[in-house]
Design a binder for this molecule. Sequence first.
Ligand SMILES: Cc1cc2nc3c(=O)[nH]c(=O)nc-3n(C[C@H](O)[C@H](O)[C@H](O)COP(=O)(O)OP(=O)(O)OC[C@H]3O[C@@H](n4cnc5c(N)ncnc54)[C@H](O)[C@@H]3O)c2cc1C
Length: 621
Amino acid sequence: MGTTSLRRLISAAVLLTHPWASLADVAFTHPADICSNSTTWKQTYDYIIVGSGAGAIPMADRLTEAGHTVLMLEKGPPSTGLWGGTMKAPWLEGTNLTRFDVPGLSNQIWHDPAGITCDDFPYMSGCLLGGGTAVNSGLWWRPHPDDWDYAWPAGWKSSDLVGATDRVFARIPGTTVPSLDGKLYLQQGFDVLSKGLAANGWTSIVPNDHPDQKNWTFGHATNMFEHAERGGPLATYLVSASRRKEFTLWMNTAVRRVTRIGDYITGVQIECGGPSSNVGTIKVTNQTGRVIVSAGTYGTAKVLFRSGIGPADQLNVVKNSTDGSTMVSSDQWINLPVGYNLDDHVGTDIEIAHPEVVFYDFYAAWDTPIADDKTQYLENRTGILTQAAPNLGPIVSKPSRGRRSLTVDELIIAAQFWEIIHGTDGIDRHLHWQSRVEGAKNTSMTITQYLGTGAQSRGRLTINKLLNMQATTAPYLHNDADKAAVISGLEKVQGYFKSISNLTWIRPAPNETATHYVNSIPATPDSRGSNHWIGSAKIGLDDGRQPNGTAVVDANTRVYGTVNLFVVDASIFPGMMTGNPSAMIVAASEHAAEKIMKLPFPKTIISKRRKGAARHVSPAL
Ligand SMILES: Cc1cc2nc3c(=O)[nH]c(=O)nc-3n(C[C@H](O)[C@H](O)[C@H](O)COP(=O)(O)OP(=O)(O)OC[C@H]3O[C@@H](n4cnc5c(N)ncnc54)[C@H](O)[C@@H]3O)c2cc1C
């Protein structure tokens, strides 16, 4: 082979393993001068996207595919090996894999979250490249039609989302069998529960083949993993975006606020963090540039508040913080209900034990993996470590009812099962049960009931004077019919499990009623939280600036009262979905990309701004 061919082969291999190597514009850190000087960059972008999570990445891909220049700003560090991540278990040294790549290490976030979880929100999260999709367990569900049809506005019904959803699942199909040998490992827990459900007339399904069958059905966990690695948006959409000259990504770069003249967004200000940091300004393309905030439910609300967009009480908190002297003046504030409509899956953990259930110590796999399991994973991508960590590790002792052990997504996963409860208020509520091998005994299974589509309770997200976000009103079980559905679902499961021989109940205790048990668990994020936060910048046709209006963004995901500011992430979700949210967020992003690109830039704005109108408020919006 000639030298040229060899060189070509090597560079093709580098591009395959490091797609960003093809471009000069993927930077692991922000340019060094940001911290020392306040800079205004000359380069402008058609779109600036704030964040790099489930909502952001597909958007960047679609926009660059259409030829628009995009700058993506992520406040955290790189995550998976593909993107230059370096955080890894000792046995991964010398490989291109990080802790985020290996499904069997996905629970490590609970043991060692420093530098990964967001430091301005008290609950578990992912503040790094990929956002939640870099740290989660990759549970990946095609949405039930009701997930769109129940609460979303016109233009966002399940029939409108068919194309977007198909595109997502064509790129990220997900799998119920991650191991490349086609085997599922340690499925005793699944077998125990599924036999019991089948005996009661429930039907076994491949969940993503039948997204509309979510009543009296059960199936295996479906994960976004590919080639027994994390996969998902980081391994698909971001790769294709990064191969385009239109795409620029800066990591370790936090956006402080959008800069605006009235309703027109001129760009973003970025900050390095720390009290003495200076900031820099990056502008969008004059007249036609746009900013898309995709910083997640709490990150987006925070950016909006700091940009003078939100309820007056929250903007006054920002005004009285370190931001105060540079905040947009109060006559430019846009009064929108940002932070209201906060929701999260209500999680209710129950626990059973069965002698056939086998526990695997995924936590030990960090330092001392079982040699055969390690070899199988590294050499063939087979074995137990290809599956998302279920487990019981050193940090899980006997979970009490007051505090959940670990979040369900990180402790995966045996049977998944679904039931729809007809609510006492006439509204159907979807229950998704997720089981995993962990609990007080080595033969325990903890099963979390998620209250999803149809849930009515909402909370409120606020900011404090240190500019940290908090769920000041937790979104769990304020509504009687929500609580009745949770109790009814549990009563039914107590009945179904009677047919499983040798099963013992741990939580609730054998003679405890479902009502007593559900009432005994505090309705707080610590006890009920699922890390599926949504809703702080709700989409809707009822403009939140008007009396009784509840929406922050319109059906094109544009923030009411602005010309060129959009929100695309979990914040816009008007209500809860059936299963774990990330696939639905990616589909929403695909759909929003189409809408945003079709949206003409209002001619009135262009002409008035050309004439130098500094503070135009468009009546047409
Ligand atoms: C531990 C855990 C496990 C989970 N398990 C699952 C699961 O198995 N399946 C599933 O479907 N869902 C799961 N989820 C939920 C899912 O990951 C989230 O719902 C989803 O990632 C939210 O997408 P998003 O785009 O709204 O925000 P995110 O994915 O959170 O992305 C927001 C990004 O914006 C960045 N950012 C924030 N503020 C700024 C700023 N000012 N400047 C620049 N960047 C900023 C953040 O660092 C982050 O990278 C889990 C979540 C967690 C935390």
